[in-house]
Design a protein around this ligand. Structure first.
Ligand SMILES: [Zn+2]
Length: 332
């Protein structure tokens, strides 16, 4: 029988493998690389328009003509994909701008694909930036967002993006059946190769605040709690994800990231499809603001945060930090 001290000597010496950097590298469980990153881009009409987004220092709304330079920079950094958000030049009750073939997002897709066919183009498919009321679907007279009436518009919007050359469409409206409606529409039109990345577990979160300024998509009345997920629920996220996989989602997503790492882990254990996490605007803005004040080390905290998503089980990270993090990783 070993004494307590002997047991400690013999087994509980976990620090042995932390002694040197090279040893730590050998036993590192998670990795972080620019290959994991997807960079969100906000696009609007016009020319040579590069407008800073106030609440998101370092992020801009870009006109289509500025995209080739932007994607060249991303490719040089090794970031393989962008997620496009369109800013509508006009809005109405039915989001007509969202389904137009020559609106800003299809233009952006064609421009990026001409500049760099290898860059993976993902497009956000939702109507909140395109409706006067700012909701993610068609609003009934009684103010309720009509699920099934919204599906055909979302499917048509996805088709417009696929026709323009999008590699992946990403439905984010949280309407039930949106993945199936889009899959059927794309397949009927012959776009069987276009993949779907579903915002499967998207929570009604206050962490989206700065994004609404960026995309000009704040709801004009009420909130999104009747369709986005309720923050106290985790098991329900698994049900949402399973439903999307059943409907044909190629990639599923949890959004936001930092406050929902338990959900990322649960989903990781429930499905085998690639899992993305959205490191949202509020998370980015908090990091930037605290770093600007000198209260935290932006680079160290930024990388630690991104690694946390990988440790929780995410394969892909949608992050506004993609460019900086790719640079930081080069130097580390
Ligand atoms: Zn939306």
């Amino acid at each position: 029988m070993l004494t307590r001290q002997q047991t400690l000597d013999a087994t509980y010496r976990l620090r042995r493998l932390r002694r040197m950097k090279s040893l730590r590298r050998m036993v590192q469980e998670s990795t972080l690389s620019p290959d994991d990153f997807i960079y969100p881009l906000f696009v609007h009409e016009g020319a040579s328009r590069r407008e800073p987004i106030g609440a998101m220092p370092g992020q801009f709304r870009l006109s289509v003509d500025l995209l080739p330079a932007e994607v060249e920079q991303l490719s040089a950094l090794g970031v393989p994909a962008v997620l496009l958000f369109g800013i509508a030049s006009y809005k109405d009750a039915y989001a007509s701008y969202a389904t137009q073939r020559d609106s800003v997002v299809p233009q952006a897709i064609r421009t990026i694909k001409r500049a760099n066919p290898e860059l993976v183009v993902i497009t956000d498919v939702c109507v909140c930036a395109y409706t006067e009321h700012g909701h993610c679907g068609i609003v009934r007279e009684d103010g309720y967002v009509d699920n099934d009436a919204s599906l055909s518009i979302l499917a048509e919007m996805a088709l417009a993006h696929a026709e323009a050359g999008a590699d992946i469409v990403a439905p984010s409206a949280m309407m039930d059946g949106q993945v199936q409606a889009i899959r059927e529409k794309l397949d009927e039109a012959g776009f069987t190769e276009t993949a779907i990345m579903a915002y499967s577990a998207k929570y009604a979160s206050a962490f989206y605040g700065p994004f609404r300024e960026a995309a000009d998509s704040a709801p004009q009345f009420g909130d999104r709690r009747s369709y986005q997920m309720d923050p106290p629920n985790a098991r329900e996220a698994v049900r949402e994800v399973l439903a999307d996989v059943e409907q044909g989602a190629d990639i599923v997503m949890v959004k936001p990231g930092l406050a929902y790492l338990d959900v990322v882990r649960l989903v990781r254990e429930a499905v085998d499809v690639p899992l993305a996490v959205y490191n949202v605007s509020g998370e980015y803005s908090m990091l930037k603001a605290a770093a600007e004040k000198g209260w935290i080390d932006e680079r160290a905290v930024g990388l630690e945060m991104l690694m946390a998503f990988r440790r929780a089980g995410a394969d892909l990270i949608i992050t506004y930090l993609a460019k900086e993090a790719a640079e930081w990783l080069k130097g580390s």
